[in-house]
Design a protein around this ligand. Structure first.
Ligand SMILES: Nc1nc2c(ncn2[C@@H]2O[C@H](COP(=O)(O)OP(=O)(O)OP(=O)(O)O)[C@@H](O)[C@H]2O)c(=O)[nH]1
Ligand SMILES: [Mg+2]
Length: 313
């Protein structure tokens, strides 16, 4: 039988860092009692607080009967079934409140569902081929228009005729102005022409992380002298290695947010969730189907809880 020592509080900017502090101070077997997000110090900086104890054996008491087998925790089983990383399962369960994982998820993923609807947003979607960059831009452009914002569309994916046609077709359907740009100076010109727009979306050609030349070319065009926020688009289905490779491959771009697409197509969201937690980047949107504009929603802890605690595929 084990007994817990007096709990101690650990603070850090991210849950990973806080967990590292816990393990360093109390060892690998440390028991996490609670995890939450707190405002610390005079600057009111947001920090993750983990309350943890070191277990230590109680030598005096030796049970003479066989301990009853522990009942399996259905929530732990569901999280395992959905392949959430074991350390994230512990963290989620430590922060669970009456089976609700929302606060724990929010403490693990900073700036979930961050809004882009403020004025003067200039953003581009980058990512591998076929992941849903153009469709996501069309969905968001339509939503922005319906909020009364002035929207401009640009594509720098000018190699493929079909790619230009795809976005120009959406622009026509949505009644939005559309420009193409094949170089940094053309992109700067396009941004100048759209200077009165509230939101400008820039579509890019898909690029695999192994294709360094293509990635560098893409980065060179986007480096046009106008600040453009870069959202990395990743599919909801994948394994941990694929995600790590993607995030590392695109990190030289200075990614400011992640949009997860094809959430409707995954039957195992755990690897995506755990990779997002490791990335510690704002997760802005979820693509939940192919329909424009309806199948795009701001990322929420509620949707994530549903995805990682499903009991059937
Ligand atoms: N089910 C589902 N399909 C999606 C979603 N987002 C995009 N798609 C589909 O995925 C396919 C590829 O979408 P695109 O937007 O052309 O992908 P892309 O990243 O722009 O592709 P490239 O420009 O070729 O790199 C299309 O058939 C879309 O309808 C989604 O959230 N769910
Ligand atoms: Mg595209």
């Amino acid at each position: 039988m084990t007994q817990l020592a007096e709990p101690r509080a650990f603070h850090a900017r991210t849950s990973q860092e806080a967990l590292r502090l816990v393990k360093k101070a109390l060892g690998e077997d440390a028991v996490i009692i609670k995890s939450r997000s707190v405002l610390l110090g005079p600057s009111k900086a947001r920090r993750i607080e983990i309350l943890a104890s070191a277990p230590h054996a109680e030598p005096a008491y030796v049970p003479t009967f066989k301990a009853a087998p522990q009942r399996p925790d259905p929530l732990r089983e569901a999280l395992t079934f959905n392949e959430v990383a074991p350390e994230h399962i512990d963290h989620l369960l430590a922060g669970a409140e009456n089976g609700k994982l929302g606060p724990a998820i929010e403490s693990m993923l900073p700036h979930l569902g961050s809004s882009i609807w403020s004025k003067k947003t200039r953003m581009t979607f980058v990512g591998p081929t076929g992941v849903g960059k153009t469709t996501s831009i069309a969905k968001l452009a339509a939503q922005a228009k319906s909020r009364g914002l002035r929207v401009g569309l640009v594509t720098i994916d000018t190699y493929r005729v079909a790619a230009v046609e795809q976005l120009s077709k959406y622009a026509e359907l949505l009644g939005l102005p559309f420009l193409t740009a094949g170089s940094a100076s053309e992109l700067r010109d396009a941004m100048e022409r759209f200077q009165n727009a509230d939101i400008v979306f820039v579509d890019t050609a898909g690029a695999g992380t192994w294709d360094r030349a293509r990635l560098e070319e893409l980065n060179a065009i986007l480096d046009c002298g106008v600040a453009i926020e870069k959202t990395l688009v990743v599919p909801a289905s994948g394994n941990k290695r694929d995600y790590r490779n993607l995030l590392e491959g695109f990190s030289p771009f200075g990614i400011s947010a992640i949009c997860v697409t094809k959430v409707d197509e995954t039957c195992c969201f755990g690897p995506c969730f755990s990779s997002l937690v490791e990335a510690q980047l704002p997760v802005s949107f979820f693509g939940i189907g192919p329909n424009v504009p309806s199948d795009m929603e701001q990322a929420t802890a509620t949707r994530i809880q549903r995805l990682i605690s499903r009991k059937t595929h």
